[in-house]
Design a protein around this ligand. Structure first.
Ligand code: 6R9
Length: 631
């Protein structure tokens, strides 16, 4: 266990000699050719580069599988807990996971998949999802996992952007007892324009439901892997060769393909997983995220497996069949480390302590949270009730773009409820004001990073200019996170939330622009503006203002239809919580929508609208205020 002075010493070491530090840390990974070049970084637009371990050669799947076979091949790598609590939980050893990965990797090669090809994965939280990711990594194919809650249009956009050649999906998924037609969604996506790069759809038989198979495009996974050898030569990958693309929402336009490469990502995911969670040999580790998000990539798949850990893969939801599900699963599998999101904690807190007390939770040793700011009340309940006041809570701040945890409480340091506390080793956060001036000491401002870390994203797939514009233009020479943050007198960081047009709904990022464009794609909508507002359970909810095409009548039926339309276009996670009719939107004379005003109305704070004198037509505000949700 590191104590506080150990943290300070190691943090200082890493800053004093980043090359030496990260060279040493890289030795935790198996390299086919160890790197001699450690870092090559410039955040300046005219001379931009981010390269880590540039002459190293490795394979991510070898690090997650092969290296464990000699000494711990029979150790459980994954414990699968199905949606149905009466279903069969399964233990998958490292040896079995290796064999399954190799068989699928061989099958992919037989289907013509080569290094650098893009593969879209649209699967539920089942072991096959992990196998699919690792099989891609084995042969150097770049996976793009699309969350199973996304609708056909969102799947199609992501396929079109990276021109994937093959999709791996399942007949159906199960969540909270409900069936989700994954294959049907893929069929619908492939009927949309821009998706003709797809040659093959591989289908995992999961629920056994009858699904339409379109020959020769569609193939059952069990048929293509049958007879494949259970070993497969791993593709040697340069450290800077891509490992995966993961789409995430930004403040403008379509979701961007965040690209992570192989060497730095593997070093950083495995190292942070070990150090932030204080990983020990006999831990049973459970992260409740979905592999469709970065948390699933780094802290269910690549980090834990590279560390030879035992990780739970949970197909279900926290409230099915009842609100004790998480805690019963902890007892059932003797989970020691539990990592979840504030939204889940708040939703379960609302149900009171009894469902928690229904399980012993004695095995628990450490608790973690991620995805959004955790309010101190929820933190205390998590600590006092779930953890019986004996387990440390690590509030981990990071992003899809950062690949791994950047700010978290060091093990052994007394936590402050609501603070992510200290930068991880080698991480250099700073706060700047709107002009980019760095703020010292106790301060509040925009959170930036002054230097690179190995797990940093390398580009936006297919649009390097967008990468630089999005993250490095606002404050030259600095990476801008999009988050606001406060630093207290002890130097501890308190993330306050997004300062851009990204809404964080239950820990999922939704761009206001995405929801707006879904709304205006409806024939009756002339214009739409979307903002976030405080929501008790979800953290933030989605508040939409809609102006109808002239002659269309406002009605509750149309409101329901528009909400359903967004759900249909993007997916359930983007469903507006409230839709208000807006005869007009507050705009500047140059036609810019003043979101600041819309946010205040959505927050039910009409007395804080600020200066409205620059509006082209100040009278629109009165009617919006009168008809607001809170009125
Ligand atoms: C890992 C992940 C990133 C955004 C990030 C911030 C918010 C994540 C947080 C947190 C406060 C924490 N966020 N962790 N805010 N405290 N511990 O969530 O990635 O989906 O890309 O979201 O989530 O706003 O900028 P991603």
């Amino acid at each position: 266990m590191t104590d506080t002075t150990d943290y300070a010493r190691e943090y200082a070491d890493a800053l004093r000699d980043p090359e030496g530090y990260w060279q040493r840390i890289a030795q935790r990974i198996d390299w086919m050719q160890p790197p001699t070049q450690i870092r090559d970084v410039s955040f300046h637009a005219d001379d931009f580069r981010i390269r880590w371990y540039a002459d190293g050669v490795l394979n991510a799947s070898v690090n997650c599988l092969d290296r464990h076979l000699p000494a711990r091949g029979d150790r459980t790598a994954l414990i699968f807990e199905p949606d149905d609590p009466n279903g069969e939980a399964r233990h998958v050893t490292y040896r079995e996971l290796h064999a399954r990965t190799c068989r699928l990797a061989n099958a992919l090669r037989n289907l013509g998949v080569r290094k650098g090809d893009r593969i879209t994965i649209y699967l539920p939280m089942i072991v096959d999802a992990v196998v699919a990711m690792l099989a891609c990594a084995r042969i150097g194919a770049i996976h793009s996992v699309v969350f199973g809650g996304f609708a056909p249009q969102s799947i199609a956009d992501r396929i079109a952007d990276c021109r994937s050649k093959l999709i791996i999906t399942a007949d159906e998924g199960m969540r909270g007892g409900k069936r989700i037609g994954l294959k049907a969604n893929v069929d619908a996506a492939l009927a949309l324009p821009g998706t003709n790069s797809v040659e093959t759809v591989l289908v995992v038989r999961h629920t056994g439901a009858a699904v339409a198979m379109q020959m020769p495009r569609d193939r059952w996974v069990d048929a293509v892997v049958a007879g494949q050898p259970d070993t497969c030569d791993p593709e040697p990958m340069n450290a800077e060769d891509p490992l995966f693309i993961l789409y995430t929402s930004g403040s403008t336009g379509k979701p961007k393909g965040v690209l992570h490469t192989t060497g730095g990502y593997m070093v950083f995911a495995s190292f942070t997983h070990e150090r932030v969670f204080d990983l020990r040999e006999d831990d049973i580790y459970w992260c409740t995220a979905d592999v469709g998000w970065i948390t699933g990539h780094s802290y269910i798949v690549y980090g834990p497996l590279a560390n030879g850990a035992t990780a739970v893969v949970f197909e279900g939801v926290p409230n099915h069949p009842d609100h004790s599900r998480f805690w019963r699963v902890i007892d059932k599998h003797q989970v020691t480390i539990f990592y979840t999101a504030p939204t889940a904690i708040r939703a379960l807190m609302r149900e009171g302590d009894a469902p928690v007390r229904a399980a012993s939770r004695k095995s628990l040793r450490l608790l973690g949270t991620v995805g959004e700011p955790i309010n101190p009340e929820a933190w205390r309940w998590y600590h006092d009730v779930v953890g019986d006041a004996r387990c440390p809570v690590v509030d981990t701040w990071w992003q899809t773009e950062t690949g791994g945890i950047l700010i978290a409480p060091p093990i052994g340091m007394e936590a402050k409820p609501g603070s992510a506390m200290k930068p991880f080793f080698g991480v250099r956060p700073a706060l700047v004001d709107a002009d980019g001036k760095e703020l010292q000491g106790e301060a509040a401002g925009n959170l930036v990073l002054k230097d690179s870390w190995p797990g940093q994203m390398r580009t936006v797939y297919g649009d390097h200019a967008r990468f630089i514009d999005t993250y490095f233009r606002a404050y030259p020479g600095l990476y801008f996170t999009g988050d606001g943050c406060r630093r207290d007198a002890d130097g501890d960081y308190w993330i306050t939330g997004r300062v851009d047009d990204v809404i964080n709904v239950s820990g999922h990022r939704i761009g206001t622009a995405e929801v707006e464009s879904a709304l205006v794609s409806h024939a009756k909508v002339a214009e739409a503006a979307v903002v976030g507002f405080p929501h008790d359970i979800k953290g933030q909810g989605i508040y939409a203002y809609v102006t109808l095409v002239a002659g269309q009548a406002e009605s509750d039926a149309l409101r329901a239809e528009l909400i359903a339309h967004v759900r249909h276009e993007i997916g359930p996670i983007a469903t507006p919580d409230h839709l208000q009719w807006a005869p007009g939107l507050p705009k500047t004379r140059s036609g810019k929508i003043m979101r600041r005003i819309l946010r205040k109305i959505a927050e039910d704070a009409p007395d804080q609208l600020g200066d409205t004198s620059t509006l082209a037509d100040p009278s629109v505000v009165d009617s919006l205020v009168r008809n607001r949700r809170g009125a």
